[in-house]
Design a protein around this ligand. Structure first.
Ligand code: AMP
Ligand code: MN
Ligand code: MN
Length: 313
């Protein structure tokens, strides 16, 4: 069921113990939005705790209160609301087993439809952190420099530092306000651009795997498990081939484990969220993903065919 942001705020106001979570394979928006919300709700005197069922890439560890994020265990968490950010409820891993509390979902993914749960979705928002900024106004909480840092990080990462097509005037207006609340943009950029030596070597392996399809309109990189396990993140790899001038759709397939192939897609025109949706994933028009539970060779075949069908239509 779809609800408005002010209805979401009313719901939050009437609850006291809130479990906050976001998607597995968390990005800057997932971590930034959950940590910002946790601080906002605590400032209202509520019990709020973030759980994420995954490891988090190192350059997000410097975010304020990062060390308080918990991973789910067998032990239940006493909550009267499960607040799910930046994803539909099907991508939160074992956090779903921690509580039977009602779900409130706040998201910006066009593939999230809210079937069977309360959803406040704004598909125009560049990041969930933009919506959380507006939520702070609805809840009348003060934006501290720590909260502003978390929100800015989510907006900066989901817009590729204000370069992607989801960057709107409103996005920059919010980012600008966050700077007045104490954000230091260059500090955040420097934290986020850091890569380990293993990651840079991984990028070189990924670039070596480059394959072109459909008259160079599609570019793909394929990382097998042996190569992928040497580094903890592939974030940003796909951007290196998205820029090829003939390319409309770029993809990266990473074999996370045998028969578990994680797919990322980026596009300059084609709606890749539809391709991802058909393959059991989701995302946005120009950035989407899914996981294909098959061999690397099969995953490539399935994906390239699906992209081919999309670009022909
Ligand atoms: P990524 O390529 O991992 O940066 O993901 C691009 C976009 O697609 C992000 O907004 C993700 O949240 C979304 N996405 C990626 N994988 C999935 C999935 N398996 N299911 C739903 N959405 C996804
Ligand atoms: Mn995300
Ligand atoms: Mn997001």
């Amino acid at each position: 069921m779809l609800i408005t942001l002010s209805e979401a705020a009313s719901k939050i106001k009437t609850t006291n113990k809130i479990l906050i979570t976001a998607h597995v394979q968390p990005d800057g928006d997932a971590i930034g939005s959950t940590l910002a919300t946790m601080q906002m709700l605590r400032s209202l005197g509520k019990t709020a705790q973030v759980f994420i069922d995954d490891s988090v890439r190192k350059n997000l560890h410097a975010l304020p209160h990062f060390e308080e994020i918990r991973r789910p265990s067998a032990e239940k968490f006493d909550a009267d609301l499960l607040l799910i950010l930046d994803t539909s409820p099907d991508r939160i891993g074992n956090v779903s087993k921690l509580t039977d509390a009602p779900i409130l979902n706040i998201d910006h993914h066009v593939t999230n439809k809210g079937d069977g749960y309360e959803l406040c979705v704004d598909t125009e928002a560049a990041a969930t952190c933009e919506i959380i900024f507006r939520l702070s106004k609805e809840l009348d909480v003060e934006i501290t420099p720590d909260i502003a840092t978390c929100l800015y990080t989510g907006i900066a990462t989901d817009t590729g530092f204000f370069q992607f097509s989801n960057t709107r005037a409103e996005t920059l207006a919010i980012a600008s306000k966050l700077i007045t609340y104490g954000v230091s943009p260059h500090f955040i950029s420097e934290q986020l651009e850091k890569k380990s030596l293993a990651e840079v070597r991984g990028l070189s392996a990924a670039l070596n795997s480059l394959k072109m399809f459909y008259d160079d309109k599609v570019a793909g990189m394929i990382l097998d498990h042996e190569t992928a396990k040497k580094f903890d993140s592939t974030e940003g790899f796909i951007d290196e081939i998205r820029v090829i001038e003939t390319v409309d759709v770029a993809f990266l397939i990473t074999e996370k484990a045998p028969n578990v192939c994680r797919v990322s897609m980026r596009s300059k025109g084609v709606d890749v969220s539809k391709i991802a949706d058909k393959l059991g994933g989701g995302g946005h028009i120009r950035a989407a993903g899914c996981t294909l539970k098959t061999t690397l060779a099969d995953a490539e075949k399935i994906l390239v065919e699906a992209i081919g069908t999309a670009i022909r239509n």
